[in-house]
Design a protein around this ligand. Sequence first.
Ligand SMILES: Nc1ncnc2c1ncn2[C@@H]1O[C@H](COP(=O)(O)OP(=O)(O)OP(=O)(O)O)[C@@H](O)[C@H]1O
Ligand SMILES: [Mg+2]
Length: 362
Amino acid sequence: MGQIRLSGIVKSYGKEVVVKNLDLAVRPGEFLTILGPSGCGKTTTLRMIAGLEEPDEGDIMLGERTVFSRSKGVVLPPEVRGLGLIFQSYALWPHMTVAKNITLALKEQRLSKVEIAERLEIALKQVQLTGYAERYPSELSGGQQQRVAVARLIALRPSYLLMDEPLSNLDAKLRTEMRASLKRLHRDLKATTVYVTHDQIEALTLSDRVIIMNKGRIMQEGTPYDIYHHPANLFVAEFIGDPGINLFSGTVANGALDCGDVTIPLPEALAARGGEMVAAIRPEKILVSDQPKDGWQEVKTEILQPTGADTILQVRAGETPITLLQPGFLTLDEGSSRWISFAPEALSFFDKKSQDNLREIA
Ligand SMILES: Nc1ncnc2c1ncn2[C@@H]1O[C@H](COP(=O)(O)OP(=O)(O)OP(=O)(O)O)[C@@H](O)[C@H]1O
Ligand SMILES: [Mg+2]
């Protein structure tokens, strides 16, 4: 296993530049997720690493090996790059049994019959499909087919693993289970992994590091913790988190941020800076009381959404909508009052024009 390194990668389709001068380094054994909205260039990036798509410019290295270089004129085909791939459509061969699907690549590697049989058995056991070896893909559910695709990688033991939205066709429960098996797969193989998704939960739960992409560019690179707690700009702040982050746009006045219906406390440095900015706070970070408290702001509850463990509260301060998240299954009366407060350490502030996080800059 080794690093995956992309430098200066540019890719256009016709006039549209879909990947713009991308630099990316995945450490040996790391699980890196590329997260971003539809059409931002995730699949294109993964396909370039796999060799299924040629960049216009730049270099791609797998370990110490250059597999693509425009300047040096190197283009290695996908089959010699030593990669394991799972794509959104699991691409099992419909006319082959589960066993054949899993062992096809092993036979091409000329492993011994004993070794192949052993790897097949281990792989099927790990995805809990022992006994399904002689079935055809059409005789399996979608989730079972996806597990066969995972078993194929377990058996292949690749040093590099590329996955493109491998869980997108599964129902919620199976998705959670499969997230755990993918995490286990990565732990067992210790393969350098690039995982593509537009699902932030997958990105936060699976990754060592996350790259947030938008319109072919990297918006932020960091651990799941950092991406969630220290978004580098408003795009990342809004993209990550469900329910979404609360944003309050306002002007500095009297040492605080005046946002009309709400007033947000400001750190001294930002109060001194003055001007217009946007304050952001996650729903679960807003303090809530069911009794009036000194200096706390009264809000009216409008809509409750209990999800089981938590309840999402849509409330209003004057005309300003605010989302709160409270633990427990709440059943309040619509229109009842609550009192909220913003803990200074839970707030982020963004420049209104550049949209960059001001605290990261300060
Ligand atoms: N073969 C192609 N020909 C022309 N345009 C393409 C081609 N493949 C992708 N594109 C365009 O490139 C952009 C990036 O596509 P890509 O498939 O990388 O997006 P993505 O981030 O994977 O999105 P999604 O989350 O929807 O899968 C899109 O605007 C898409 O329309
Ligand atoms: Mg895609």
